[in-house]
Design a protein around this ligand. Structure first.
Ligand code: WT7
Length: 645
């Protein structure tokens, strides 16, 4: 494919070659869809999916609630698998690359995946899982993850996937909130050449919960514990029947919950439906990444995140494409690993996060040059704003100036992408996500909810109903949280909690979160979660956590603590704090620095001014000190930061 040339305007338009193969190339699609978004999605849902029964009403809304394809009946796994069997049964559905280089890559065809899913669905049934039950899944990036997830959707059970790097405590909290009856996990997995244990964490997590069966994938061939509670995934699968009639569900029935961080300390279970989610997953995967039959898509996200759900698994499978998943670390056994995977498997669509791109920028370019990356057609970015430097590096060094970069803005809550350029329409501009997906409407408003139409003025990014079909339908068993989080600030609009502005070209540029959510190496967490974990230390009275910019990770948390009493060994103390965040959340939550302070800057009503702490950390002059209850605390903290640098 021809090379693009970056001009002074920094704006790229699709090449003729890309236009030729693009599913959508006429920008009128945006206007047409906007005329009647409901009709537009209705058409897409009809064309893209197999329905058992057509809906009686395409969209119904009583804000903050809404329904897509009401009365429609569907089975999700059938749309990912059965419908491809006629023409694509021998096509590879999943290519799995294990981390150890001496282990072989495993390919599962649609037929094979279908059989395994049906069998595992029967295993779930045998253990009394039925429609509407919650199944917790705590698995690394191995094919059993998608087998387990699709098996749930086959029988209408609700899956709740928990990131494998999360701690036992974090898993337990999610199991308890979802009241899961069963946990599917593994004995462990490989990470940077080491065997990571999963089972110990899983066993600790299920104690005193509703989980009565733990099905374990013997990835590391460890001995599986015996007893009625613990079962071997492979043995269960072997003895299961290969036929399983799909359970037909309502379009608006819950398909999965996925926990994410909100402004308060407790993670919330984001609820996604079946038909609406499937529609958005199918079409965004198809149009954003221009998926065709010969595509091999590699989305590097872990299944523990929504990106893993929608673009490592469901989007490509709904489209009958081939998806590649990789178990391990990007730089193992050397920083050329990812590029070797692309070369060996002729990956055409590559979708990753800015934090990974920035990491690779730092390695010796020889690891990239050694590999042939000519199979790549499209590059994607997700999870946080991508800076111009990383964008250009990704574009030139990985994409060979041939591949457009699709910078997709979305959230766990939105189920699928919402703002990005389409490969056949463009434009592709560094730092700019683009425009809302056809048939969706996102605008920028001021604090009062009034639309800001002026260019280059930062405001709040909100979604205007009718909401996109992939949007969340609630917070699991917590309607108040749903209403408060997304619908209290701007009653008529869905509040994304992101800041954004319109560029001169009228495109959307994201500036970042406007709440206490931070993005550490692409992982979403809140200051409150970390503060709660750290304040559990017996010597600590109070904690404030603030994120500061980091070259590779985007942001890292820094903690300020007030002690109850003197501590003897500072080093030991810091280790204990890191252990607390490891145990309560996971290693990504470790504070990069810990400062012991006498007092935290607070407003007269007692609110900690994290903004001021952040300014001090990044060497900016803090503003608004006059409103503080204890302005003297600021100078003291300034000194402490200086001495510890
Ligand atoms: C938050 C959502 C998107 C799925 C994976 C992350 C930030 C996401 C972008 C982007 C700038 C982005 C936002 C958003 N974000 N994509 N392309 N440019 N910021 O989902 O963990 O729920 O996080 O990630 O701040 O609100 P998530």
């Amino acid at each position: 494919m021809a090379k693009y040339v970056i001009k002074k305007s920094n704006k790229l338009v699709p090449s003729d070659a890309m236009k030729k193969i693009a599913h959508v190339k006429n920008k009128n699609i945006y206007k047409q869809a906007a005329k009647n978004p409901i009709k537009f999605w209705e058409k897409l849902a009809t064309e893209g999916l197999d329905w058992e029964k057509k809906w009686t009403k395409a969209y119904e809304q009583k804000l903050p609630y809404f329904k897509w394809f009401k009365g429609g009946k569907i089975n999700f796994s059938k749309n990912c698998l059965d419908r491809h069997l006629e023409n694509k049964s021998d096509k590879v559905a999943i290519t799995w690359v294990p981390e150890p280089t001496k282990e072989k890559t495993i390919k599962l065809t649609y037929k094979e995946l279908h059989e395994k899913v049906c069998k595992f669905a029967n295993v779930l049934k045998k253990h009394k899982i039925k429609k509407g039950d919650v199944v917790s899944i705590y698995l690394p990036m191995i094919p059993e993850a998608i087998i387990a997830m699709l098996a749930c959707t086959r029988i209408g059970a609700i899956h709740s996937v928990v990131f494998s790097a999360f701690s036992a405590d974090a898993l337990k909290a999610r199991i308890q909130d979802g009241k899961a009856k069963i946990l599917i996990t593994a004995d462990g997995y490989y990470r940077r050449g080491e065997k990571e244990d999963l089972l110990t964490k899983a066993r600790r997590a299920v104690k005193s919960t509703t989980v009565n069966k733990v099905i374990i994938v013997p990835r590391l061939r460890k001995k599986i514990p015996t007893g009625r509670k613990f079962l071997n995934f492979n043995k269960e699968l072997e003895s299961a029947e290969p036929n399983c009639e799909p359970t037909i569900v309502n379009s608006e029935d819950t398909m999965f919950i996925l926990y994410t961080s909100g402004t308060t300390g407790k993670p919330k279970g984001v609820v996604h439906d079946t038909g609406g989610y499937a529609t958005q997953a199918y079409w965004t995967a198809k149009w954003n990444f221009n998926l065709h039959d010969d595509d091999v898509m590699w989305c590097t996200a872990d299944v523990g995140w929504v990106t893993g759900h929608t673009y490592a698994f469901y989007g490509p499978l709904l489209n009958g494409a081939t998806t590649l998943i990789y178990e391990g670390s990007p730089d193992f056994p050397n920083p050329g690993r990812w590029w070797k995977i692309i070369q060996d498997n002729k990956v055409t669509v590559f979708y990753t996060a800015p934090t990974a791109i920035r990491m690779f920028q730092k390695f010796d370019p020889k690891y990239i040059k050694k590999h042939n990356l000519k199979s790549l057609r499209i590059l994607g970015s997700v999870g946080e704003p991508i800076d111009e430097d990383a964008w250009k590096w990704y574009f030139k060094t990985i994409g060979g100036s041939r591949c457009p970069i699709i910078d997709t803005w979305w959230q766990t809550e939105t189920g699928g992408t919402l703002i990005n350029a389409l490969p056949g329409i463009g434009p592709f501009v560094p730092k700019v996500s683009g425009q809302p997906f056809p048939g969706t409407n996102l605008i920028i408003v001021d604090e009062k909810g009034k639309q800001i139409k002026k260019k280059n003025v930062v405001g709040n990014l909100v979604q205007v109903p009718p909401l996109a079909p992939g949007m969340l339908h609630g917070v699991w068993k917590n309607p108040k949280k749903y209403k408060d989080t997304y619908w209290s600030r701007f009653k008529k609009y869905y509040d994304t909690s992101d800041g954004a502005f319109l560029t001169n070209g009228g495109l959307i540029r994201i500036t970042g979160r406007t709440d206490d959510v931070m993005k550490v190496a692409g992982h979403r967490m809140t200051t409150a979660e970390l503060e709660n974990a750290i304040t559990d230390h017996q010597a600590i009275n109070e904690t404030a956590v603030v994120p500061i910019p980091h070259e590779v990770k985007g942001e890292v948390p820094v903690a300020f603590v007030i002690l109850k009493h003197k501590i003897k060994d500072q080093e030991k103390f810091e280790k204990e704090i890191k252990k607390l965040t490891d145990d309560k959340i996971g290693p990504t939550a470790r504070p990069a620095k810990i400062y012991i302070v006498e007092a935290l800057p607070k407003t007269r009503s007692g609110k900690i001014m994290r903004r001021i702490l952040k300014a001090l950390l990044i060497d900016e002059e803090p503003k608004g000190l006059s409103t503080l209850l204890n302005p003297k605390s600021v100078d003291a903290i300034k000194k402490i930061i200086k001495t510890k640098k």
